[in-house]
Design a binder for this molecule. Structure first.
Ligand code: SF4
Length: 283
């Protein structure tokens, strides 16, 4: 038995799931459904306007009516304009050695984000922790190891997805980022998402969800729901750090991510060895 398969089985056992079989009717190829074929596409991302933050029922992709919006708060970022031809490299260059908010004072490294610039799936967390700050990479601590397991269980490799945070500098003591810090840093995340334009964004925790959706709703009203974010599907689930403190919540996360897998045509662990998965086909 390979080391990777053992890791998956350990993870499923940890989730208290029955053995995971591969033939579960979710066999659509990852890359076979282009973004244009996914959901009815709202207007192209216009970062100068508020995101269309409306929850969408899980059945809406099958043509059923979407639920009415919970609420749509006004954009905090109306001044944001994304230049045509923007790239991740340009965004990183614009960020520079950022001192725009007070989080710069205690940071070691800016944690910009990491992964496939053509990813179909983007995970957005809250902010770097101690290990992330030390390495300059997102989700490389204990929570990151759990996220890696989750990504593998979805049938993907970490390098096939893109991982980033709402704020790019570590809040002291891992405190929750403050509103002004989020407001200052978020335009860079919005530009990253506009450039990557994944089919699915998974918000890990309420900070990421509330920041991107501009919805000040508690986690229990956000988790497991589909939202529209500038024409991209966005789902909210628990942060891996929360799962480390509350392992029983893993089964809820797994349930949430199975929705994502269905949306993306992933069949789980069997596809992890397929290196092409997790990115859009060229062309
Ligand atoms: Fe700049 Fe964002 Fe770091 Fe604040 S958190 S200093 S806005 S990179």
């Amino acid at each position: 038995m390979s080391e990777k398969l053992e890791a998956w089985l350990r993870y499923f056992a940890d989730l208290q799931l029955e053995p995971f079989y591969l033939e579960r009717g979710m066999s659509a190829a990852w890359g076979s459904r282009r973004r244009e074929q996914a959901q009815p596409q709202p207007a192209p991302c216009q970062p100068g306007r508020p995101a269309a933050a409306s929850p969408v029922s899980a059945e809406s992709s099958a043509g059923q009516a979407a639920r009415a919006p919970i609420a749509v708060a006004g954009s905090l970022f109306d001044r944001l304009h994304v230049a045509e031809g923007d790239t991740l490299e340009t965004i990183r260059s614009d960020l520079g050695e950022c001192t725009r908010c007070k989080l710069h004072r205690a940071r070691t490294h800016i944690v910009f984000g990491e992964g496939n610039p053509r990813a179909e799936l983007v995970f957005v967390g809250e902010g770097p922790g101690e290990e992330e700050d030390r390495q300059g990479l997102p989700f490389v601590g204990r929570a990151g190891q759990l996220l890696n397991q989750i990504i593998q269980a979805m049938g993907l490799k970490r390098q096939a997805v893109y991982i980033c945070n709402v704020v790019k500098c570590r809040p002291p003591g891992n405190r929750t980022p403050e509103r002004d810090e989020i407001e200052t840093c978020l335009p860079f995340l919005e530009r990253q998402l506009a450039v990557i334009r994944p089919r699915v964004i998974v918000c890990l925790g309420s900070v990421a969800a509330q920041a991107l959706l501009r919805l000040h709703r508690p986690m229990n009203e956000l988790r497991g729901q589909w939202f529209d974010y500038n024409g991209m599907r966005l789902l909210v689930t628990y942060h891996p750090a929360y799962l480390l403190r509350n392992p029983a919540a893993k089964r809820y996360v797994w349930g949430d991510l199975q929705k994502v897998m269905t949306e993306l045509g992933l069949s789980g662990v069997s596809s992890a060895s397929r290196s092409s998965r997790g990115s859009r086909p060229n062309g």
